[in-house]
Write a protein that binds this ligand. Structure first.
Ligand code: LLP
Length: 418
């Protein structure tokens, strides 16, 4: 069984830190995301501590969970941020994040997003194509700025992860092919409104082995040596995110082991190391609380129909991802094997297949390890208001996002004149 950190049973009741989850459900309703601030703090500190004296910057990947309260918690711990849109930039600024610790990744930055990031004086643009570099130079020129730039280089490393979240192979849309990197760095050096600042890669997400990270780091270092021989130097090396968490039977490296391996692989590289962890910072720190509405015992299958659905947590439907599902109150009785499904009208709408549970109508269940890419990938499909979000801190509970109202879902819609 996975280790759920800040979520533990006490007398057969599942708690978030010192708060019974049943109390949270009673107060805020379901479906509801619940986060443990202690778990987020401890993940950040594990990353930070493992770097020791090494010059480093941890840029939390906002896409994993962009709630302002989570960004603010991380900002107060000293974290930087990895953003992929103007919206995420605005969130970071609103949450008190430091733009000088913020890097901007993504293959399709728009002119408006580039302008906003230049105006905010972010730390670095992780540039993913030659055309983007030219656009950035032009916009920086128009706004009287010099854009700090890393090239995101595609190291062509197999991350051994789900194909949808593998990003560092040559057939993926991400990054600049390694073979072109030197030419594009040379070009960047000539551009008047560009300052070369770093070198960046990101090979994928939910990696459960160290080897691909090290292979990518070695390729980056080899490229760096070639760049240095042409007189190009950088002030930071960004090794991206991607460290996996334990959802089921995986055994990903611990945060400390991962950071130490990166530090060891780059020990001869004296400048700043930057990483962009998302999932490993918040994934295990969150769960989705949901209530069983109906049980249906069909001849071949038992269904537990719950109020959480694919619009709340898309990962099972999209990646066939496994999330453990635990009862909030442990019962005794006969275990049955259930398909845990939501109310959305799609067969793909499930939270878990073939789960052995003892449940009754109105029971609460918890979908574990849902802190990353849960709420941030949620939608309003089937006109379902997005879930409430709650953050627990010791024995305190804070609502950090109210449940959406139906009115808000169509507030921007208009009828054309009759
Ligand atoms: N940096 C860049 C440039 C990225 O594209 C990503 C994730 C990260 C950092 C953070 O990676 P992490 O540490 O979270 O693995 N929705 C998928 C995951 C998509 C990840 C995309 N990029 C899922 O639910 O599994």
């Amino acid at each position: 069984m996975s280790n759920f950190g800040s979520f533990e049973y006490r007398d057969n009741q599942l708690f978030a830190e010192s708060v019974p989850l049943a109390e949270i459900a009673a107060e805020f309703g379901t479906p509801c995301y619940v986060y443990s601030s202690a778990a987020i703090r401890s993940a950040y500190q594990a990353f930070d501590r493992a770097f020791g004296q090494r010059n480093h910057l941890i840029c939390y990947a906002v896409k994993a969970n962009s709630n302002l309260a989570i960004l603010n918690l991380l900002a107060r711990l000293g974290s930087g941020f990895d953003i992929v849109s103007g919206g995420e930039l605005q969130r970071v600024l609103k949450a008190g994040g430091n733009p000088q610790k913020t890097v901007f990744s993504g293959v399709g930055k728009t002119s408006d997003e580039i302008r906003a990031a230049l105006a905010a004086d972010i730390l670095c643009f992780n540039v993913e194509s030659e055309m983007e570099l030219m656009a950035l130079n032009e916009i920086a020129g128009q706004t009287g700025k010099i854009a700090p730039v890393s090239l995101r280089v595609n190291p062509d490393v197999d991350a051994n992860t789900h194909p949808y979240i593998s990003t560092g192979m040559k057939e993926n849309k991400f990054g600049i092919p390694a073979a072109e990197a030197e030419r594009i760095y040379a070009l960047a050096r000539q551009l008047p409104h560009i300052r070369i600042s770093g070198l960046d890669c990101h090979i994928g997400s939910q990696l459960t082995e160290l080897a691909p990270f090290i292979e990518a780091a070695n390729k980056m270092l080899a490229l760096l040596t070639r760049l240095q021989s042409t007189g190009i130097s950088i002030d930071h090396l960004d090794l991206g995110g991607g460290l996996g968490i334990r959802y089921n039977l995986e055994s990903p490296p611990a945060i400390e082991a991962y950071v130490r391996a990166l530090c060891a692989a780059t020990e001869n590289y004296p400048q700043q190391l930057l990483i962009e962890p998302g999932r490993s910072m918040v994934g295990s720190a969150g769960l989705l609380l949901t209530r069983v509405h109906y049980l249906k015992h069909a001849p071949h299958r038992n269904f537990a129909i719950v109020d959480g659905a694919m619009n709340d947590l898309l990962r099972p439907a999209l990646y066939q991802a496994y999330h453990a599902i635990l009862p909030i109150t442990k019962r005794t009785g006969e275990t049955k094997t259930y398909q845990v499904v939501g109310p959305v009208c799609e067969t793909g709408d499930f939270l878990g297949h073939d789960r052995d549970l003892i449940v009754e109508k109105n029971d609460l269940l918890s979908v574990m390890s849902a802190g990353a890419y849960g709420m941030s990938m949620s939608s309003n499909y089937n006109t379902r208001p997005r879930a409430a979000e709650v953050m627990v801190d010791g024995s305190s509970v804070h609502l950090i996002r109210a449940r959406e109202t139906i009115e808000a879902l169509y507030a921007l819609e208009k009828l054309p004149p009759a």
